[in-house]
Design a protein around this ligand. Sequence first.
Ligand code: BG6
Length: 481
Amino acid sequence: MSFPKNFLWGGATAANQFEGAWDEDGKGASVPDHVRGGTLTRPRQWDKEIQAGVYYPSHEAVDFYHHYKEDIAIYGEMGFKCFRLSINWARIYPNGEDDEPNKKGLEFYHNVFAECRKNGIEPLVTISHYELPWALSVKYNGWTGRGVIDAYVKYATTLFKEYKDEVRYWLTFNEINTGALFYGRIMSLGMQVRDGQTMYENNETPIQINDRFTALHNQFVASAKAVMTGHEINPDFQIGCMIAFVQVYPYTCNPVEIQMVQQIKQINNWFCSDVQILGKYPGYMNRYFHEHNIHFRTEPEDAEILQKGTVDFYSFSYYMSNVFALHPDKETVSGNMSRGMKNPYLKISDWGWQIDPVGLRITLNEIYDRYRIPVMVVENGLGADDERSEDGKFHDTYRISYLRDHIKAMKEAVEDGVDLMGYTMWGCTDLVSASTGEMKKRYGFVYVDKDNDGNGDLHRERKDSFYWYKKVIASNGEALD
Ligand code: BG6
């Protein structure tokens, strides 16, 4: 057994990290346009007012807006079957809920999809990838206000109608489960925080926690409504959820520790997809809310909406695993999502993420066993500081080896019986890092000439991994060496 014939091989991006042109052709500001660049040790900071002379990485990003033809042609050359991108909400509705959509914004994505078709590539669109229009963030305190549900449904409906014959695969929200955790406040839920607050500052009051769960609930309702509307507009649409899945292991075989880890996994990994696939809040979360005195706002009609608007497939990002212990007295590591113990069996990336391909096989099996619906890996990859070799090229063997091991793990999972639809490697062209705002943390098969301070002429170059992935796709995942 091997990868299915129509397997969706490709790459993934997000508008705020890739497109640039943040205020061109009528686009409004989005939340990430207010977030400064940082590094692993200097966290990104949020500014209520965009400051003159400060560098905001999303403003130019790597300028896909003006390079899309070249970029998509390169994907065509690599043999991509699928290209995951997000649509920037504020490019379509500059203030999030304007009366009419911005024609130039709509036209841009028509052009992008036309290029995809020309190159035999199926687009996979994330409707909202950490990109709430700034005006909505201010007016409703991000997703806390119920008005954002209507604005989102209007925006999604516009996309579904406009691109009905150009796009078949959709994701309602990127990594919706980050909203269940404190660090989802800014990027995922677009909530207003203290001026100058940094991205991973954990200073929520009980009221703010309640608001955060209200905001997440509103996203669930918005997602469910969009799924229903999408299916009415085109019954062929395949609409998925998207979860940041960080695999978690217990440090010992102590059952109390195993139960603790099970609960961490329920809250971090399973909660949101249980709602989006099974159509209601799981019992373990109702208990958690009760025991933690968390109260969020719902409306009587919401239960039926959640029940009816369940998604067609499960998609997720997978980069790492973590270890948790009852008595965490060991060395710790941290990714942008989580902090856990050092796993002595695993290596870590330069940014501290524990590399665990076997964990991907475990994860795929767990997901499929739970839901029995098609699954897609829509993000996976290695962030590394690529250096040009003496021969002038980028020999990113470490990236090839990371990807090879993860693709092998997917193959094992397919042999285990998992219905796997596809794989879009994260950041196929170098782009801005979401967690640190750096350019230096590169994922791409394609290098972009730009540094952390914004210097560079943005030209593109093929790395060794480009040629390797081309062969992987041509052989449908057989030629991995
Ligand atoms: C995921 C996000 O969390 O991980 C992406 O969906 C992000 O937006 C990716 O870029 C990799 O994380 P980072 O922080 O290395 O860019």
